[in-house]
Every structure is written in structure tokens, then in C-alpha cells.
Design a protein around this ligand. Structure first.
Ligand code: S3P
Length: 167
């Protein structure tokens, strides 16, 4: 059992506000492995915020950086990795996820908005069409994941425990 867990990389996907970072950190602590948030990794690596990358160079530029970062991070076999909400939309990233344990944290649209309310950090929340983005991503999250966990009305540690039980 421990050998299996040790070799396991758990990848968390889901919409902004699903709780990927919060739940991911708890799961990593419980497993005793490291936790990496791809957004944080990218910002450190690039020396600027995601918002600045979007503003200065556009979303396509950010996606390119994100793809390179996820490729690198997936090589670390024993950790929990939280992907940015848009990462699974990239075909190359989806291909890299094959063979990994991919956990989809589901959050209903209205709840996602409540959780990220007042956030000035995530550029995509401030355009119109957030609902459209949400709707277009749901089927991709569903088909990419190996495990789906509901987060609505639940505390992060409760969600994390379910993730652990289902690995
Ligand atoms: C994005 C989600 C963000 C971040 C960027 C784009 C998206 O990550 O990668 O702002 O396209 O949904 P979180 O899901 O951690 O907020």
C-alpha cells in the first residue's frame, strides 16, 4: 500500500474556486508528500504574476508557459499537484495526464462565484462569459478525471479525506 502511495502522483483539476489548492495541500500533508500549485510555481519561475502575464502578453502566452510548467512538474512522481483551472483544456496537457490519478473537484457555478468573489487576481473572472467558460470546461474535467469529488457545501478537510479514501 505504502509503495503504491509513494509512487502516486495526485493531480487536482477543476474550476476556479473548486478548492484545488486548499484541498491539495491537505491531501499532500496527509500522504506526507510535497504539494505544488502550478500557478505559484509559474509565478516564481517567471518572476511575475499570472495577471501580469495575461495583461502584458495575453492568454496564449500564459498557456504556453503553463504547458511547459505542467510537463516539468509531472515528472516528480511523489507529490500532489494542483493545476490551474484552464490547464486541462490543453490537449498536450491532457495527454500527459494519462496514467496519473486525476481528481476532479466539482463546484457548482454559483458556488464557484461565491468562493472567488472580489478576487482581482484571476484575469478570466473579469471578462464576460465566465458562465460559458464554466460550461465548456465541465465535460472536459469529467472525461479527464479518474475520480470525481463533490465540494459543494463541504469543508476542505472533509473533501480531502474523501480524496484520500478513493485513491
Ligand atoms: C485559470 C485559472 C487560474 C489560473 C489562471 C487561469 C483558468 O487558476 O491558472 O488565472 O483558466 O481557469 P485557479 O484555477 O487555481 O484559479
Amino acid at each position: 500500500f505504502f509503495t503504491r502511495i509513494y509512487m502516486l502522483m495526485v493531480v487536482l483539476i477543476g474550476f476556479m474556486g473548486a478548492g484545488k489548492s486548499t484541498v491539495g495541500r491537505i491531501v499532500a500533508d496527509l500522504l506526507g508528500v510535497s504539494f505544488v500549485d502550478t500557478d505559484v510555481f509559474i509565478e516564481r519561475h517567471e518572476g511575475r504574476t499570472i495577471r501580469e502575464m495575461f495583461d502584458l502578453h495575453g492568454e496564449a502566452y500564459f498557456r504556453q508557459i503553463e504547458r511547459a510548467a505542467v510537463t516539468e512538474l509531472l515528472e516528480d512522481r511523489a507529490s500532489v499537484l494542483a493545476l490551474g483551472g484552464g490547464a486541462p483544456m490543453d490537449r498536450e496537457i491532457r495527454a500527459l495526464l494519462g496514467g496519473h490519478t486525476v481528481v476532479y473537484l466539482h463546484v457548482p457555478y454559483e458556488q464557484a462565484l461565491v468562493r472567488v468573489h472580489g478576487d482581482s487576481y484571476r484575469p478570466l473572472l473579469h471578462g464576460s462569459g465566465v458562465r460559458q467558460i464554466y460550461d465548456s470546461r465541465m465535460p472536459v474535467y469529467e472525461s479527464t478525471a479518474t475520480i470525481r469529488v463533490e465540494t459543494d457545501g463541504r469543508r476542505p478537510d472533509d473533501v480531502a479525506r474523501e480524496v484520500l479514501h478513493r485513491l
